[in-house]
Design a protein around this ligand. Structure first.
Ligand SMILES: O=P(O)(O)OC[C@@H](O)[C@@H](O)c1c[nH]c2ccccc12
Length: 262
C-alpha cells in the first residue's frame, strides 16, 4: 500500500497541536511500510453493534485536563471493566500527557477477552502497524488531526485488519468522516484544542449523522459521570466511551456497572 502523504500538522491548534507535534517527532524516522493485508476480524465493530447502549471503558491514568487520575495497573483495570459489563476497552498509549504506553496496551490485550482500541494521536502509518502488532482490534483516527488524509488512514487501518473509530467534534469534521467512508464515528464532547467539554455536542452531531443517512455505528465520547448523563444519549448512540469518571473511582467494575444501569 502506498503510504499516505505527509500531514500538515502546523494547522492543529492549542493543546492538541502540542501533543500532535510531539508524536510527529516521535515517529519522524519510523518506517511507513505496513506490509501485506491482514484479515478483518471486526471484533470492535461487532462489540459496538450489540443491542442497547454499550460501554467502551477507558484505561486512563492521566490527562491534560485532570493531571494524574489514578495509578492504574492497566490489565487489572481492564479486567475490572470487563467484569463490570464493558463491551470493549480503550487503552491510551500516549506517554507524556495520558500516562499510556505500548506495554499497557499489550498487557490489556493479554488480560481480557474484549476487543481493545488503541487510543493515541495517530499521525503516522507506523502507529497503525504497531496497533495491529500489539493485538489491538481498533485504532482511533482523529479528523481534527488528519483532516483530508482521514480517508487514507481509514483504508490503512482496514488494510491492517483494524476497525477505526473516526473522531469528530463539529459539523465540518463530521462531513469529512462521512465522506471518508467511516463505519464507526465517535463524537467527542471535549474540544481538544481548549479542553472544554459540552455534553450537548454528541446528541447534536449524532442526530445530524443519522439525518444524513449514516447507517454505521455512533459513539458518544468524553465527560460522562452519572447515569443521568448517560440517559441523554441512551436512545441516540450505539456506545459511550468513558475514562476519567471510571478510572478515578475506587471500584472500577462497580463504577462501570452503576454508570450504565443507574
Ligand atoms: O475521560 P473522559 O472524559 O471520560 O473521556 C474519555 C475519552 O473520550 C477521552 O479520553 C478521549 C476522547 N478522544 C480522545 C483523543 C485523544 C485522547 C483522549 C481522548
Amino acid at each position: 500500500m502506498t503510504p499516505p502523504p505527509t500531514l500538515t500538522l502546523e494547522s492543529v491548534p492549542g493543546v492538541l497541536g502540542r501533543i500532535v507535534a510531539e508524536r510527529a517527532a516521535d515517529y519522524l524516522h519510523a518506517d511507513p511500510e505496513v506490509g501485506p493485508p491482514r484479515p478483518k476480524a471486526r471484533r470492535f465493530e461487532s462489540a459496538l453493534a450489540q443491542p442497547g447502549l454499550v460501554l467502551i471503558a477507558e484505561v486512563k491514568r492521566a490527562s491534560p485536563s485532570q493531571g494524574a487520575i489514578a495509578p492504574l495497573d492497566p490489565a487489572q483495570a481492564a479486567q475490572a471493566y470487563q467484569a463490570g459489563g464493558a463491551a470493549a476497552i480503550s487503552c491510551l498509549t500516549e506517554p507524556r500527557h495520558f500516562g499510556g504506553s505500548p506495554q499497557a496496551l499489550r498487557d490489556v490485550v493479554a488480560g481480557v477477552t474484549l476487543p481493545v482500541l488503541r487510543k493515541d494521536f495517530v499521525i503516522h502509518p507506523a502507529m497503525l502497524r504497531e496497533a495491529a502488532d500489539w493485538g489491538a482490534s481498533a485504532a482511533l483516527l482523529m479528523v481534527s488531526v488528519l483532516h483530508g488524509a482521514t480517508g487514507e488512514y481509514l483504508q490503512l487501518a482496514h488494510h491492517l485488519g483494524l476497525d477505526a473509530l473516526v473522531e469528530v467534534h463539529d459539523e465540518r469534521e463530521l462531513d469529512t468522516a462521512l465522506e471518508a467512508g467511516a463505519r464507526i464515528i465517535g463524537v467527542n464532547n471535549r474540544d481538544l484544542t481548549t479542553l472544554h467539554t459540552d455534553l450537548q455536542v454528541s446528541p447534536r452531531l449524532i442526530r445530524r449523522a443519522r439525518e444524513q443517512g449514516f447507517t454505521g455505528l455512533l459513539v458518544a465520547e468524553s465527560g460522562y459521570r452519572t447515569p443521568a448523563d448517560i440517559a441523554s444519549i441512551r436512545e441516540l448512540a450505539d456506545a459511550v466511551l468513558v475514562g476519567t469518571s471510571l478510572a478515578g473511582s475506587p471500584d472500577l467494575g462497580r463504577a462501570a456497572r452503576e454508570l450504565m444501569t443507574g
